[in-house]
Ligand binder design. Structure first.
Ligand SMILES: [Zn+2]
Length: 297
C-alpha cells in the first residue's frame, strides 16, 4: 500500500510538472504577455513589473525586421493573454499569427498616429519608438491593454507607467535642449529608422537603405548621398549594431567622413542587456553621437 501511495504521489507530481510547463495560461498566476521585439518588451516590462511574464519574440542581438518564428513561438503567440506587436509589414510572420488570435491583441502601428514612409511603395513607417514622445504614447496604450487584461492591477500599472513616462519626457527635454543649436542637420543613417526622431528635433534624415535594413542600397542613391555629404560637410556616416556596416564604411571612405553608431534600438545585444542597458540609456548614447556628428553647442 505504501509503495502504491509513493508511485501515485510521484505520478501526480509529474503531471503537475507537465501542466506547469505548458505554454501560456497564467503560470504562477502571472499574465502571459508576448511582445514582438525589444522596445515593446521593455515598455511592457516596465509597466507590468512582477505582474506579468514578458516573452520577447526577437532574440537578443537579432535584427527584428522580417523575423521568422519557431513553432514554439507560434504557440506562445496563440496562447498569450496579451500580444503586443507592430503591423504594417514590420514583422509579417508575427502579424499573420496575431491576426487569427481571439485574445487581446494590440497592433501599435495602428494604435499610434504614424505617417507613411518616404518611398513611394512604403506603408506606414513603424519606427515610432525612436521619438520619445511617440514612445510615451505607446507606453500609455500598453498600460491600457494591461489594465484591460488584469483590471485588479490597474492602479499598479498606472503608477509604473507614470514613472516610465516621466523618464521619457525628461529624455525628450534633453534631446530638445541638446539639439537646438547644431551646425548641421543632415543625419546620414544606415536604414530609414529615424524619420520620427528627425522630425521631432528639426533634423533631416538621409538614409542609405529604406524602411528595412535588408533593402538593397540603390547605386544612384549612394551617388546622391556622396554628393550630399560633400556639399553639407557631413562629418559622420552612422551605422547600426545589428546589421553590417559595410555600405556605411564605403560611403565614409569615399567622402572622408568617419563612421559612428546610431542605434535604432531594434534589439539590444546580450552584452548590452547584461550591462543593464535600457531604452533610455541607449537613447542617451544616441544623443551624444548626434551632438558630436552635428556639431551642437
Ligand atoms: Zn527598422
Amino acid at each position: 500500500m505504501r509503495r502504491l501511495a509513493l508511485v501515485l504521489a510521484s505520478a501526480l507530481s509529474l503531471m503537475a510538472g507537465a501542466c506547469g510547463g505548458a505554454a501560456g495560461g497564467g503560470r504562477d498566476g502571472k499574465l502571459q504577455v508576448v511582445a514582438s521585439f525589444y522596445p515593446v518588451a521593455e515598455a511592457a516590462g516596465r509597466v507590468a513589473e512582477e505582474r506579468a511574464e514578458i516573452i520577447n519574440l526577437t532574440p537578443a542581438g537579432t535584427e527584428p525586421h522580417d523575423l521568422e518564428l519557431t513553432p514554439r513561438q507560434v504557440d506562445q503567440l496563440e496562447d498569450a493573454d496579451l500580444v503586443l506587436y507592430l503591423g504594417g509589414g514590420f514583422q509579417p510572420a508575427i502579424e499573420k499569427v496575431a491576426s487569427r488570435r481571439d485574445g487581446a491583441t494590440i497592433d501599435l502601428v495602428e494604435a499610434l498616429p504614424l505617417e507613411k514612409g518616404a518611398e513611394e511603395e512604403a506603408g506606414l513607417d513603424p519606427h515610432f519608438w525612436l521619438d520619445p514622445i511617440l514612445m510615451e504614447k505607446a507606453v500609455e496604450r500598453i498600460q491600457k491593454a494591461l489594465g484591460e487584461a488584469r483590471p485588479e492591477d490597474l492602479a499598479e500599472f498606472e503608477r509604473n507607467a507614470a514613472t516610465f513616462r516621466a523618464e521619457l519626457r525628461e529624455l525628450d527635454a534633453r534631446f530638445e535642449k541638446s539639439l537646438s543649436s547644431c551646425r548641421r542637420k543632415e543625419l546620414v543613417t544606415s536604414h530609414a529608422a529615424f524619420h520620427y526622431l528627425a522630425g521631432r528635433y528639426g533634423l533631416s534624415q538621409q538614409p542609405i537603405a529604406g524602411l528595412s535594413p535588408e533593402s538593397e542600397p540603390d547605386p544612384r542613391r549612394l551617388a546622391d548621398l556622396t554628393n550630399l555629404v560633400r556639399q553639407r560637410n557631413a562629418t559622420t556616416i552612422f551605422y547600426e549594431t545589428l546589421v553590417s556596416p559595410e555600405v556605411a564604411e564605403t560611403l565614409a571612405r569615399q567622402t572622408g567622413a568617419k563612421t559612428a553608431v546610431l542605434n535604432p534600438i531594434e534589439g539590444l545585444t546580450r552584452e548590452q542587456l547584461d550591462k543593464g542597458a535600457s531604452y533610455v540609456s541607449v537613447m542617451g548614447e544616441n544623443l551624444a553621437a548626434l551632438k558630436d556628428a552635428l556639431g551642437c553647442d
